[in-house]
Design a protein around this ligand. Structure first.
Ligand SMILES: O=P(O)(O)OC[C@H]1O[C@](O)(COP(=O)(O)O)[C@@H](O)[C@@H]1O
Ligand SMILES: [Mg+2]
Ligand SMILES: [Mg+2]
Length: 341
């Protein structure tokens, strides 16, 4: 059977009324930018792209040191989308404020928000990294889109996806009609559909969390993980395995492939930060991909896609993956809150 390219997949979706021609073209621009990022990442030590941006003093709005590839990936996405013609504005982990499409460039009605390179600490060890993106509609009547226009609940996303730069480069995408995986055919230079309609198994025996933060967690999170670790002799009655890629994009890809639960909970390390992961360009797009694959995504208390964002770089606790396991973790938190009330 002939292989199905991303373009053909999107054209068929358009014929079925699942997306507009503008959104199709926007997604193709993002996919092309991801191909360029894949080439840059793939150069590794030969391409002069490893290490810190600047002289070790380049800090982004998150207060985190920027890697050269964070900056390169951000520039590739901005440049590609400036010419794309389907966006009103872009926002990024690497920029304090959103950036309207510059004067003189064609404008459209969508907003794109992205984490240009997720898992930056993996760059220098040649481990998986990725790009995460979310597409929103620009509110009606807005002529010069700004940060406030991006602050829409995740359930309003019209598309979300990530591109994983691993042993192979994979684009995983949803436009609200299932979650589909495409693999980059490096010889042809095109993304080819390799798994339509991913389904996350409802149950799992695998969890992903950074255990080094355990002492900083709140009581229901401590209790939940204690019970996982107790295995067959504990209340859960089964042994759990643990994995941690240290790049959300890699951990979520594993969960979309074989199930599991990924957790980055609230912790007391820095009480000013309600979690590590960012709502607009990490939690929301991943939550949409996971829900579209039959999984669940919560903060431990609420559905992520129902949160009303308050700022572009807002952080939230994240529990996502196999539905029964996310429900179980969420129950620990809600019962704890109920008992404390
Ligand atoms: O350093 P830790 O605690 O393992 O955190 C890893 C987490 O941080 C992140 O790398 C943050 O992403 P960025 O690299 O885009 O800042 C997540 O992808 C990942 O889940
Ligand atoms: Mg990230
Ligand atoms: Mg990043």
């Amino acid at each position: 059977m002939a292989s199905i390219s991303l373009t053909r997949h999107l054209i068929e979706a358009q014929r079925q009324g699942q997306l507009t021609p503008d959104l199709q073209l926007l997604l193709e621009v993002v996919a092309r930018a991801c191909k360029r990022i894949s080439v840059a990442v793939g150069k590794g030590a030969l391409g002069g792209v490893l290490g810190e941006a600047g002289q070790g003093d380049s800090i982004n709005v998150q207060g985190e040191a920027q890697k050269k590839l964070d900056v390169i990936s951000n520039d590739i996405l901005l440049e590609a989308n400036a010419w794309g013609g389907h966006l009103a504005a872009c926002a990024s982990e690497e920029m304090e404020h959103s950036q309207p499409i510059p004067d003189g460039f064609p404008r459209g009605n969508y907003l794109l928000v992205f984490d240009p390179l997720d898992g930056s600490s993996n760059i220098d060890i040649n481990a998986s990294v990725g790009t995460i993106f979310s597409v929103l509609r620009c509110p009606d009547g807005v002529t010069a889109a700004g940060d406030a226009d991006f602050l829409q609940p995740g359930r309003t996303q019209v598309a979300a996806g990530y591109c994983l730069y691993g042993p192979s480069t994979m684009l995983v995408l949803t436009i609200g009609h299932g979650t589909h995986a495409f693999t980059l055919d490096r010889e042809q230079g095109s993304f080819v559909l390799t798994k339509a309609d991913l389904r996350i198994p409802q149950e799992t025996r695998e969890f992903a969390v950074n255990m080094s933060n355990q002492r900083h967690w709140e009581p229901p999170m401590q209790a939940y993980v204690d019970d996982l670790l107790a295995g067959t002799s504990g209340p859960r009655g089964k042994d759990f395995n643990m994995r941690w890629v240290a790049a959300m994009v890699g951990d979520v890809h594993r969960i979309l492939t074989r199930g599991g639960i990924f957790i980055y909970p609230w912790d007391a390390k820095d009480p000013g930060k309600p979690g590590k992961l960012r709502l607009m360009y990490e939690a929301n797009p991943m939550a949409m991909l996971v829900e579209q694959a039959g999984g669940a995504a919560t903060t431990g208390r609420e559905r992520i896609l129902d949160l009303q964002p308050t700022s572009l770089h807002q952080r939230v606790p994240v529990f996502l993956g196999s539905k029964d396991e996310v429900d179980a973790a969420t129950r620990y938190h809600l019962q704890h809150d109920g008992a404390a009330a």
